[in-house]
Design a protein around this ligand. Structure first.
Ligand code: WTA
Length: 649
């Protein structure tokens, strides 16, 4: 609740700096409102004009066909994402412009121009073609943050092969689950990747995932040499990236694909069950990420853009790869950890590459706040002109610090609300047009129609909290969950009839600015990473000593939320500090280190209602030592409390 009370009290407003507005793409609130109205009142006209800024082999016949809950955008159009992101800029004035300014963690650097990108993407696409991959086949990518990760994605897109990128922090178990769900024919990985001076054994994780025929769909594993660490090798199956591209032609025309041809699958956590394979298609997604990059970040020809997200998450897909490259922009890409070798690393990168737009997560900002202002003060950050945040609500204190210490008081901050499912930014105040309020994501983007409603779908008035829903289709929306359309309907279109259910709570104020209030389902946001409590629970109960578990999120100063797991053990198993650590590590091994609970609490029984529902609200109170419960720190049988509290749930 403190978060909500906090933002309720926040009243500061930061109008766009006049010198920023003067040069901005959208210069005033009136201009924003006019475009926004047009996007809702005359969508055909608006989207036709916007989409025609991209390259289409064949124009569309119809902007939208909507059969709730299935949308088709730019129907009949033929397009290729790689063509738009690479080929369009690889000839003419931008050919020698940097697509990527890359910095490895140990300090090695590379500059990849659009011309070079086209050569590399075409070669690698020919490699994939040579392996027999065709439009519609799936490929899994599990790589460190190196240009080849983007090259692999774009090579897939060039052929219409559907990629599914698996974040490098995921475990073998998580790889196996995703590869099998997508039935990927090829896995692209690297020997390792650098993180805090150590090597993450990516290839070894893939080997473990695929061991004993666990992933029968996989025919080949392509391995990029990054760290030179020793790896296992299966002659029949494994192929070095550098061997594969040697002597391969760099001529590989981009395939004209249906606007609705699948571009990628990205797995994300839901409130129940296994991760969901969010499916994005080509035309609408590309229009969405192209346009939001251009307007929300007010992109200009000479900008140096740095989105610090890993490409393994949707933020990296949309704002390191597709959206930025579709605009022909220059991206900074940094492989490693923010604190390596010290907390000055990010700021040294801003200074070195003269970054003009920085896009990052509140959790990173809070980490830097704790390290003090002396780190950023050592570097020249005057190249920055715009800052962005994403992934979780930003607390006003962190906003103000970011504005003052990093932005030197002169850079607007765009707080961008969106989701893996939405594909592109949905709510964010255009920086040259709309006044910014710390803690508010601001106004809807063009074509986005968000509403705040109660459980029955009734609209809520200003400042009345409720469920955030979207009541119209938008171009970059997910089309379905891969292989599970039923779940797509149930998860997003059935909770409240006829609207897209975001899973977030929100309110809007008198000015129409939106304030996000966190998830209202059992999804927890740890350092901007989405985790389903159900996933962590089922992992814990798969441990041989665990009988039952309930996982909840508790507010955390740095990571936003942290996981607390309540665990009951089997039979006569002894509770011990060692077992606690073992269980934490077990979750790390099974899902990924970022999913490790901050605390494990053993309890004799989980508190349940008469109908058998776990009383999560009570567990949240216990986890935060809520004073209304008295001292619960040594209480082993929480069901005693449950009986007292049952009325409340
Ligand atoms: C949360 C990340 C408040 C929200 C792009 C959403 C935010 C979930 C914001 C999606 C923001 C994202 N303010 N909350 N600016 N941005 N969220 O799929 O709860 O990893 O539903 O996509 O993050 O997380 P996902």
């Amino acid at each position: 609740m403190t978060q909500i009370e906090n933002v309720m009290r926040e009243g500061r407003v930061f109008p766009p700096p006049p010198e920023f507005s003067a040069r901005a793409r959208v210069k005033s609130i009136e201009e924003y409102q006019q475009l926004y109205r047009e996007s809702l009142d005359q969508p055909e006209q608006f989207w036709s004009r916007m989409a025609s800024e991209l390259h289409w082999f064949t124009p569309w016949q119809q902007v939208l066909v909507w059969n709730e809950p299935h949308a088709q955008w730019f129907v009949g159009g033929k397009i290729n994402a790689a063509y738009n992101c690479v080929d369009r800029h690889a000839e003419g004035p931008n050919a020698d412009k940097a697509a990527f300014l890359w910095e490895g963690e140990p300090g090695d650097t590379r500059r990849v121009t659009y011309r070079e990108l086209k050569t590399e993407v075409s070669k690698f696409a020919n490699v994939l073609k040579g392996l027999g991959l065709q439009a519609g086949d799936r490929v899994a990518i599990y790589m460190p943050l190196v240009p080849e990760l983007a090259i692999a994605m774009l090579a897939c897109a060039r052929l219409g092969v559907v990629h599914t990128v698996i974040f490098g922090g995921f475990s073998a178990e998580a790889i196996r689950e995703r590869v099998n769900d997508a039935r990927a024919r090829v896995v692209i990985t690297a020997d390792g990747g650098w993180r805090r001076g150590a090597i993450i054994p990516l290839k070894a994780n893939v080997d473990d995932a695929l061991a004993d025929g666990a992933c029968p769909s996989v025919e080949k594993v392509i391995v990029y040499r990054r760290c030179g660490n020793t790896i296992g090798w299966q002659e029949e199956r494994d192929l070095w990236w550098h061997d594969a591209i040697a002597g391969v032609s760099d001529d590989c025309p981009a395939v004209p694909l249906d606007s609705e041809h699948p571009l990628y699958i990205l797995y994300t956590s839901g409130s129940t069950g296994k991760p969901k394979g969010v499916l994005h298609t080509t035309g609408g997604y590309l229009v969405g990420v192209y346009l939001t990059s251009k307007y929300v970040f007010d992109l200009r020809e000479d900008d140096i853009f740095w989105c610090t997200a890993d490409i393994g998450w949707v933020t990296g897909h949309s704002y390191v790869v597709y959206g930025l490259l579709a605009n022909g922009a220059t991206n900074v890409m940094y492989e490693g950890a923010p604190q390596h070798p010290d907390f000055g690393r990010w700021w040294s990168i801003v200074e070195k590459y003269k970054v003009s737009i920085l896009y990052t997560a509140p959790t990173a900002i809070r980490t830097f706040i704790r390290q003090g202002e002396s780190w950023p003060a050592k570097y020249d950050l005057s190249s920055l002109r715009l800052l962005g945040t994403v992934g979780e609500p930003i607390n006003p204190e962190a906003w103000i610090w970011y504005h003052r210490v990093i932005g030197g008081g002169r850079c607007p901050i765009v707080d961008t609300w969106w989701q893996t499912e939405t594909g592109a930014i949905m709510i964010a105040s255009l920086p040259g047009a709309v006044p910014q309020k710390p803690g508010s994501a601001g106004r809807p983007f063009f074509g986005v129609s968000p509403k705040v409603v109660d459980r029955d779908g009734n609209p809520q008035g200003p400042n009345q909290g409720g469920f955030l829903v979207i009541d119209r289709p938008w171009p970059s929306m997910l089309r379905t969950l891969f292989g599970d359309d039923e779940r797509y309907r149930a998860q997003y279109w059935s909770q409240i009839p006829h609207v897209y259910f975001t899973g977030d709570g929100a309110r809007y104020d008198e000015d129409g600015d939106f304030w996000l209030m966190g998830r209202i389902d059992d999804v927890v946001n740890v350092s901007g990473h989405r985790l389903g409590t159900a996933e962590v629970e089922s992992t814990l109960v798969s441990h041989p000593l665990v009988a039952e578990s309930a996982v909840i999120g508790r507010p955390d100063e740095i990571t936003g939320e942290a996981l607390v797991a309540f665990v009951t053990l089997k039979g006569n198993v002894e509770k011990s500090a060692e077992l606690r650590l073992e269980l934490i590590e077990f979750v790390g091994e099974q899902i990924g280190k970022f999913a490790r609970p901050q605390e494990i609490r053993f309890t004799d029984a989980l508190p349940k209602t008469r109908s058998g529902k776990i009383m999560r609200r009570l567990l949240r109170k216990v986890a935060t030592n809520d004073p209304s419960l008295g001292d619960t720190t040594t209480l082993e049988d929480i069901s005693v409390l449950a009986r007292l509290q049952e009325e409340e749930e």
